[in-house]
Unconditional design. Structure first.
Lengths: 283, 314
């Protein structure tokens, strides 16, 4: 899309929400990327004499029970959080988009063959399926991302399939077909672009959920393994000290919320932009 | 209506079977011999042999599955080797806690979400509306387990108002029972209430444009009366549908909440079993929670068809 058209298509208010969300995510991603160079102290080095120190100017988030800087740990944990979110969504897109495309275009038996097993995956609450997968395959960053991808693939496939079903009856698709365009070309050039925007909205919603689910799994002890700093693990550690050192639970939680809020804002803005009629009714 | 309901039920049966196959298959791909994994480091050759026999692990996998399925349909989930107790009984003991938590949370969700949405929708575009929208966005983004910790920190450890965990049977003391459920239900409800509030607002705004609302306004009805007598009943369909779906999601969220508030429900049982690598129990509880989730969605579908006859024809 040309940059000029963006401003025209995007009513300013929705652009504002989306941009604010994108800014939040951008800032957090920058913190994550630069974490080793900008944080005040090592995220893993144990310094018992600093244990449970309240927040100060130099250490605005305070110290944990082992004297580690909570700010440093939060910054490093964002690498895990955002990494898992991006990896799981990309993986789900890589599998879900082709599946949804084929199911929607082929319909009939092939559609059933693809979608019915995916329906089964969607018949579980997401977190329960993720926990069951982690129970079987073990814990660790990569497995969390893979489990989330399994949970998300049916969601992506459904969104793509719905967009394909709506687009394939359009006149321009018939036209392309009549002009003798081969099926792959019709699908990729003329049908797939219709799925791009709903998939984009869904992807940002899924990113928000991925951050929440990764944190929940790690908090429950079935997600990221302890030496790696994770926001969920920090909350689990902090629970035991929450009366003496509330900062141990306050800041990692706020950190999760900031990232989730960012992605939800992007999703909200995009959704309104995509569905101007509903947006007009909404606000 | 009956045809519609029957069709929904018929669609659910293959899904349920699919779920059972998936869960069974998952638990069979656990790395290592299931018998060794279940017995852990205490495994002796005799113990493993006894367990292999008890679980019929030497039979073909398909036969094992059918045997398990046949048992499950009779409510027989087998024996838990750790506690030496029937798994079905363990689930039955814990299910009321999870169901009570879910129902109370659903009530909280409706009591917070619907008024929030009505409030915002009735004052479209005002500062109050924007504030309600912002609160909704924040609510959607709060990790519920963190909210639970914060509520414990503030309301039970800080102010000493409510218990921070544990459970008292309803039959023993209804008041104590409800007090113990207050924070968990609220924790589970907040983010869902935010979603419901946003949806209610959208549904209210959608209905506000309809002719009958304009007619009611034209005949001089007050805004309050319009909102409650004409708008709300029409906005109820999407609200009830979403609330139904949310009850399903709460069954998943209950796992985390039961753990934080040390409630003896099925969610906590699942998590404990996962952490102990007690696969026969995981297999059973995941199936039960999954089936409940599906049942709730099915009921929502049927209810939706009952309220809105147009849906039935699809």
């Amino acid at each position: 899309m040309r940059p000029g058209s963006l401003a025209r298509l995007f009513p300013s208010r929705h652009r504002g929400v989306t941009l604010a969300g994108a800014l939040v995510i951008g800032a957090l991603a920058l913190v994550a990327a630069l974490a080793p160079w900008i944080v005040p102290g090592s995220p893993t080095e144990i310094a018992k004499d600093h244990a449970l120190r309240p927040p100060t100017l130099a250490q605005p988030f305070g110290m944990d029970d082992l004297g580690r800087s909570i700010l440093s740990r939060v910054a490093h944990a964002y690498r895990v959080s955002l990494g898992v979110a991006v990896a799981s969504v990309l993986l789900a897109l890589a599998v879900g988009v082709p599946l949804g495309l084929i199911a929607g275009y082929a319909e009939g038996a092939l559609d059933q063959l693809i979608m019915r097993p995916l329906d089964v995956l969607m018949s579980f609450p997401a977190i329960l399926l993720a926990i069951a997968l982690m129970a079987v395959f073990g814990t660790g960053v990569l497995l969390v991302a893979a489990s989330l991808a399994v949970v998300y693939t049916p969601v992506v496939a459904r969104v793509v399939r719905a967009a394909v079903l709506a687009a394939k009856v359009e006149v321009y698709v018939d036209g392309a077909r009549a002009l003798g365009a081969p099926v792959p070309r019709v699908v990729v050039r003329h049908i797939l672009p219709n799925a791009a925007t709903p998939v984009l909205v869904q992807a940002s919603v899924l990113m928000a959920i991925a951050i929440l689910v990764e944190a929940s799994l790690s908090f429950l002890g079935v997600g990221v393994r302890p030496p790696a700093p994770s926001l969920g693990l920090m909350l689990a550690d902090g629970r035991g000290f929450m009366v003496q050192a509330p900062w141990m639970v306050v800041f990692p939680g706020l950190a999760i919320m900031a990232a989730v809020l960012g992605f939800n804002m992007v999703a909200d803005g995009l959704r309104d932009w995509l569905d101007p009629q509903q947006a007009a009714g909404r606000s | 209506m009956l045809v519609y309901a029957a069709r929904r039920v018929a669609l659910a049966v293959p899904l349920l079977l699919g779920m059972s196959v998936l869960i069974f298959a998952l638990m069979r791909v656990v790395p290592g011999d299931p018998a060794t994994v279940v017995l852990g480091f205490k495994a002796t050759p005799e113990g493993i042999r006894a367990l292999r026999e008890a679980f019929h692990l030497d039979e073909p996998v398909a036969q094992q599955y059918l045997r398990w399925l046949a048992g499950v349909t009779r409510g027989d989930f087998g024996l838990d080797f750790r506690q030496n107790e029937p798994i079905g009984r363990m689930i039955l003991d814990r299910l009321p806690v999870t169901l009570e938590l879910t129902l109370l949370a659903a009530a909280c969700t409706a009591l917070i979400g619907v008024p929030l949405g009505l409030f915002a929708g009735g004052r479209r575009g005002t500062a109050a509306d924007r504030a309600a929208l912002a609160v909704g966005l924040m609510g959607v983004s709060i990790p519920d387990f963190w909210l639970g910790i914060m509520l414990i920190l503030g309301l039970s450890l800080g102010a000493g108002l409510l218990p921070s965990g544990g459970w008292v049977p309803f039959t023993e003391s209804p008041l104590e029972n409800l007090l113990h459920f207050a924070l968990p239900a609220l924790t589970l409800a907040v983010s869902r209430a935010a979603v419901l509030g946003r949806l209610t607002r959208a549904a209210v705004l959608d209905t506000m444009h309809r002719g009958f609302v304009q007619y009611a306004r034209a005949k001089g009805l007050g805004e309050q009366a319009i909102l409650f007598r004409h708008v709300l009943p029409n906005a109820a369909i999407p609200i009830i549908t979403v609330l139904g779906l949310q009850v399903g999601y709460m069954l998943g969220g209950a796992i985390v909440v039961e753990m934080i508030f040390t409630l003896p429900g099925v969610g906590r049982m699942t998590l404990d079993a996962v952490l102990e690598r007690n696969y026969p129990v995981v297999q059973s509880t995941v199936l039960v929670i999954g089936a409940l989730f599906m049942l709730v969605n099915l009921l929502t579908d049927v209810l939706y068809g009952w309220i809105d006859p147009r849906v039935r024809r699809r």
